[in-house]
Design a protein around this ligand. Structure first.
Ligand code: NAD
Length: 276
């Protein structure tokens, strides 16, 4: 496929476009991941809390694709933060995935109130040093949380996976990450579909290029340097979302999309989210 790679701060290469499986039940995830692999995706983003690591792992195994051509991300759930519990939760995830390593392991949320992410990160460093995660990173972390990890631990996170789409462009956080050699990965890159993809500005740009609004949004992310992980269970949309390498946005398109930033957060606020 034509998906470019992004080189993480430890030299690991990650496909810039992957496939997300949030809210996809285990048995459906197996089918959706198979469609994604058939369409040319090689990077899959799951999480312990999604309940579909087993279905994801089965699809990967059944594909016959060499392990070193796949890039598998999973995430530690909030209730498992802490040094020992992280090590146990990681073992469970590997078992469910049927893998002996993951490519990327993320702390799903910082939960600053419970103040366990530093100990959690030390367990991540151990897992990384054992080669059982080829890269380790964060999700939903803000600069203050990352700064604390940088001053109290040794491994610089490779990724911060954050809510990011044209209505929540996260300029400050992206700049902070870039300054620290942390790649920004966009979750809900399509703004979860509804609403954003009906935007008339995006429709006009899409029409001009003979592409869909979803394809325009994904192209915008790639141009910004974000890693993206759009989700769909519909085979035609799965194909559509990886078919974004045959057109380019011009500066007019980019400034029109820039103007859509409204601070519209769809998910929880990382400063207060504390569901375990
Ligand atoms: P998304 O922005 O990828 O939107 C997905 C939805 O958009 C689909 O359910 C569908 O309704 C619609 N859609 C998809 N392709 C389309 C197309 N071509 N045309 C029209 N509509 C289309 O939303 P998401 O699933 O929330 O985010 C993607 C992935 O990000 C998740 O699956 C998950 O892997 C990850 N994620 C991570 C976190 C986190 O806290 N780290 C939170 C949310 C999501």
């Amino acid at each position: 496929s034509k998906v470019p790679f992004i080189t993480l701060n430890n030299g690991v290469r990650m496909p810039q476009l992957g496939f997300g499986v949030w809210q996809v039940p285990d048995d459906e995830a197996q089918v959706a991941v198979r469609h994604a692999l058939d369409a040319g995706y090689r990077s899959i983003d799951t999480a312990a809390i999604y309940g579909n690591e087993e279905g994801t792992g089965k699809a990967l195994a059944a594909s016959g694709i060499a392990r070193d051509e796949l890039f598998v991300t999973t995430k530690l759930w909030n209730g498992d933060q802490g040094y020992d519990s992280t090590l146990r939760a990681f073992d469970t995830s590997l078992t469910k995935l049927g893998l002996d390593y993951v490519d990327l392991y993320l702390i799903h949320w910082p939960l600053p109130q419970t103040d366990k992410y530093v100990d959690t990160w030390k367990a991540f460093e151990k897992i990384y040093s054992e080669g059982r995660a080829k890269a380790i990173g964060l999700s939903n972390f803000h600069p203050a949380h990352i700064q604390r990890l940088l001053s109290e631990t040794s491994v610089v996170p490779a990724i911060d996976q954050i809510e990011l789409h044209p209505q929540l462009q996260q300029a400050e956080l992206r700049a902070f990450n870039a300054r620290h050699d942390i790649v920004t990965e966009a979750w809900s890159p399509l703004g979860q579909g509804k609403g954003l993809l009906d935007n008339p500005t995006l429709a006009a740009i899409a029409k001009k290029h003979g592409k869909s609004p979803a394809q325009v949004v994904l192209r915008w992310h790639l141009d910004l340097g974000n890693v993206v992980i759009p989700k769909s269970v519909t085979p035609s949309r799965i194909k559509e979302n990886i078919d974004v390498f045959d057109f380019e946005l011009d500066s007019e398109d980019l400034s029109a999309i820039s103007a859509l930033d409204s601070g519209n957060r769809l998910g929880p606020d990382p400063e207060t989210f504390d569901v375990v």
